[in-house]
Structures are given as structure tokens and as C-alpha cells.
Write a protein that binds this ligand. Structure first.
Ligand code: FES
Length: 186
């Protein structure tokens, strides 16, 4: 019955209409707080620098790249192998493109090998053999100059990034993964 009083223990009383108004106001306040929280989540970066899913600023190419012709350097926290070929640098995602095992670098065979089902890949991530459906996935590498400007970055195909100067700073964006090319199977 609209307008009827609701008795309070203190002796005060409010009408049913007032009671419903308070409930509605409280619900709206809760909704606005939740909506605001969701909006903030979208505005804030999802990953911090130096955390997997974010950006890793490694240092100068001279300091962090292995010499051309040598094996890769592992970055376990960032989940990639840093590779340097005569064509340029690659940051290969450490997860096998078959069913997601962690493949290894096998120096004696100078290639990556997956212990789960035997897929094998060249130093640059190119598929050699096994059930993997594609080359190894890779992350975008950016080169920054002393002023912090991006002077080059991995192309959309994920090709090795040429290094024009060993003084440039290498940055790997583990939030931007490029799928390997389909395996060229015999
Ligand atoms: S998960 Fe690597 S070959 Fe199957």
C-alpha cells in the first residue's frame, strides 16, 4: 500500500515510497561505482613494463644480442628467446606452436627441439619437422635511439629486424605476438 509507514526501532518512520527511493538511490550508486571501476580498468594498461604481456626494455643491441652465428639468449621471465641472424633480430615466443610445450635450444644440433612430440625449428624459428603446424611465433621488437624515439620495428610478417646500429636500444613487446608462417611440410 503506497504511502504506508514502515516502523523503525528508534521510533522514526519512513513511508514505503521513501524506502523504495532510498533503495533505488543505493542501487544507482553501486552501479555507477562499478561502471567507473570498469572504465578505469580499460583506461589503465593491463601489464606493467617488465612483466610478461608488457614491454621489456633490454638495453643496447651491443649488450643484449648474441653474436651472429651463435645460439639464442633466453629471457625466461619474458618468455622469449632473443635470436640474432645475419638478417636481423627475433624474439621467439618460448611456447611450441603444436600443443604449447616449452621447446628447448639444443646446442649440439644447433636448433630448437620440442620434448613433447618432437617438432624441430631452425634458429630463426623456421619449422623443420614434426607435428607443429607453423613456424615459431614471435614478438614485436622495437629499436629506440638515445632520445627514446622508435627508429624501426618488426614488420607485420614477423621477419628478422635488421640492426643498423649496435647502440640502439632493443625493446620487446610481449603483448604483440605474430604467428609463425604455416609449416612448409614435405
Ligand atoms: S607441443 Fe611441441 S611438438 Fe607437440
Amino acid at each position: 500500500m503506497v504511502g504506508s509507514a514502515i516502523a523503525q526501532p528508534t521510533g522514526m518512520s519512513i513511508t514505503r515510497r521513501e524506502f523504495l527511493t532510498y533503495i533505488w538511490a543505493a542501487s544507482m550508486a553501486l552501479f555507477m561505482a562499478e561502471a567507473g571501476g570498469v572504465a578505469i580498468l580499460f583506461v589503465l594498461p593491463r601489464f606493467r613494463a617488465g612483466e610478461f604481456g608488457g614491454i621489456f626494455r633490454l638495453g643496447s643491441a651491443r649488450a643484449v644480442l648474441p653474436p651472429v652465428g651463435e645460439g639464442p639468449r633466453e629471457h625466461p621471465d619474458a618468455r622469449f628467446w632473443l635470436v640474432h641472424t645475419e638478417k636481423g633480430a627475433l624474439a621467439l615466443y618460448k611456447v611450441c606452436t603444436h600443443l604449447g610445450c616449452l621447446y628447448k635450444w639444443v646446442p649440439s644440433n644447433f636448433r630448437f627441439e620440442c620434448p613433447c612430440h618432437g617438432s624441430k625449428f631452425q634458429l630463426d624459428g623456421t619449422y623443420i619437422e614434426g607435428p607443429a603446424p607453423r613456424d615459431l611465433d614471435r614478438f614485436v621488437i622495437r629499436l629506440r635511439d638515445a632520445a627514446g624515439r622508435v627508429v624501426a620495428q618488426t614488420n607485420p610478417q614477423g621477419d628478422p629486424l635488421p640492426i643498423p646500429s649496435s647502440e640502439l636500444v632493443i625493446e620487446v613487446d610481449t603483448g604483440t605476438r605474430i604467428l609463425g608462417r604455416p609449416a612448409r611440410k614435405a
